[in-house]
Design a protein around this ligand. Structure first.
Ligand code: SAH
Length: 354
């Protein structure tokens, strides 16, 4: 057994001083997603595709509808970032089998760094051919890309800045005795364009920035502009940039201290949808939304599809389907905090669900 990451991190900090928060979060995520126990009822947290099969089905249909709207290109890339256990993509593939020509046209590409999750994904695909990559930049360059990312960007590292007097300091992870704590690091500034749209900061105010999400939006824009296609980003976070720290950890379905046990809990922070849309727009994409996840699902037909499934199910299964759909659409956390953003090249009409 490898020793806990916490010991390693403490050793490093003891020897070389505090670690920037994004470096800490990157180490924690890498260790965490390498483990087998992650999602689902017996894991640490549950995601939308694990709550109802209809979620992945509607996401898959959205991709197929975009492919149809583009004139059914004979070759296309269906891509998912951070597929977790592979539930979403398996549901998406099953739901799109009946779309004439879609499966013959698509090559499936999964962006996933965890070897453990790659094998769970292969299992979920049940023989459907797929290729795995570490990065978006590794996708083929010769066909339109239909890409989905559910709760992917929220797991990428963030930087945090805290306002002290007239300066910004970057937050780092340091040691207080044997405990990992957040400390004020050196003076550092958030990106000026992120600050431009915000009111003046108050003393002690916190601002988060996720450089990897900016890079993702720019890389995605380059690809979609050159190759065509569409992207659907589903995640949790605010529609507009603002102040406030949102780093959180979840383990065994309960909130945990984000610093206490790196690699043992799922560490995430809000996705700043306003920022993601702004970066994508400035790189040439059209952005639609973010819509509340509940609204998007209802517009895509979650009720109708759930009723259709329930009609052929046992009463117990039907009750589960109904409560799953209600949980996805109606609870404040899932229905409202979770949002859906579509990114498309060119001058597109409003895509489905927005
Ligand atoms: N989309 C899934 C799981 C979300 S968890 C669901 O909805 O259930 C985040 C996923 O992103 C995991 O599969 C994790 O291994 C992967 N991941 C995290 N950081 C990554 C990175 N930097 N590059 C590629 N994949 C990453």
């Amino acid at each position: 057994m490898t020793p806990p990451l916490a010991d390693d991190v403490k050793g490093r900090i003891g020897a070389a001083g505090p670690l920037p928060l994004d470096a800490f979060m990157g180490l924690a995520a890498e260790a965490y997603y390498r483990r087998a126990r992650v999602f689902g009822a017996s894991g640490d947290f549950i995601t939308a595709p694990e709550i109802s099969q209809v979620f992945g089905e509607l996401v898959g249909l959205w991709c197929a509808l975009r492919w149809l709207a583009d004139g059914s290109p004979s070759r296309a890339i269906l891509a998912e970032c951070g597929p977790g256990r592979g539930t979403l993509i398996a549901d998406a593939l099953r739901a799109t089998r009946a779309v004439p020509g879609f499966h013959a046209a698509i090559a499936l590409h999964l962006i996933e760094t965890s070897p453990t999750l790659r094998s769970l994904q292969a299992e979920a695909l049940g023989g459907f051919p797929a290729r795995w990559h570490d990065r978006l930049a590794d996708l083929p360059t010769d066909a339109p890309i239909y890409l989905v990312a559910n709760e992917f960007l929220d797991a990428l590292p963030i930087r945090q800045f805290v306002r002290r007097g007239a300066a910004w300091r970057e937050r780092q992870v340091g040691l207080d005795g044997d405990r990992l704590v957040l400390v004020d690091g050196p003076d550092a500034s958030p990106p000026p364009d992120l600050l431009a749209d915000l009111p003046d900061p108050v003393d002690g105010g916190i601002l988060e920035h996720r450089p990897a999400a900016d890079a993702f939006a720019r890389d995605l824009a380059t690809r979609l502009v050159a190759q065509g296609g569409a992207a659907l980003i589903l995640d949790y976070g605010p529609a507009h940039s603002g102040y406030g720290g949102s780093l959180q950890a979840v383990a065994r379905h309960a909130y945990a201290d984000p610093l206490a046990e790196p690699g043992e809990a799922d560490l995430t922070a809000h996705l700043d949808f306003g920022r993601l849309a702004a970066v994508a727009r400035s790189a040439g994409l059209a952005a639609f939304g973010p819509a509340h996840q509940g609204h998007w699902l209802l517009a895509m037909g979650v009720r109708e599809r759930t009723a259709q499934l329930a009609a052929n199910a046992t009463p117990a299964q039907a009750a589960l389907l109904a409560s799953g759909a209600a949980r996805l659409c109606e609870t404040p956390a899932m229905g409202r905090l979770f949002k859906v953003l579509a990114l498309l090249p060119g001058r597109p009409e409003t895509p489905e669900g927005f």
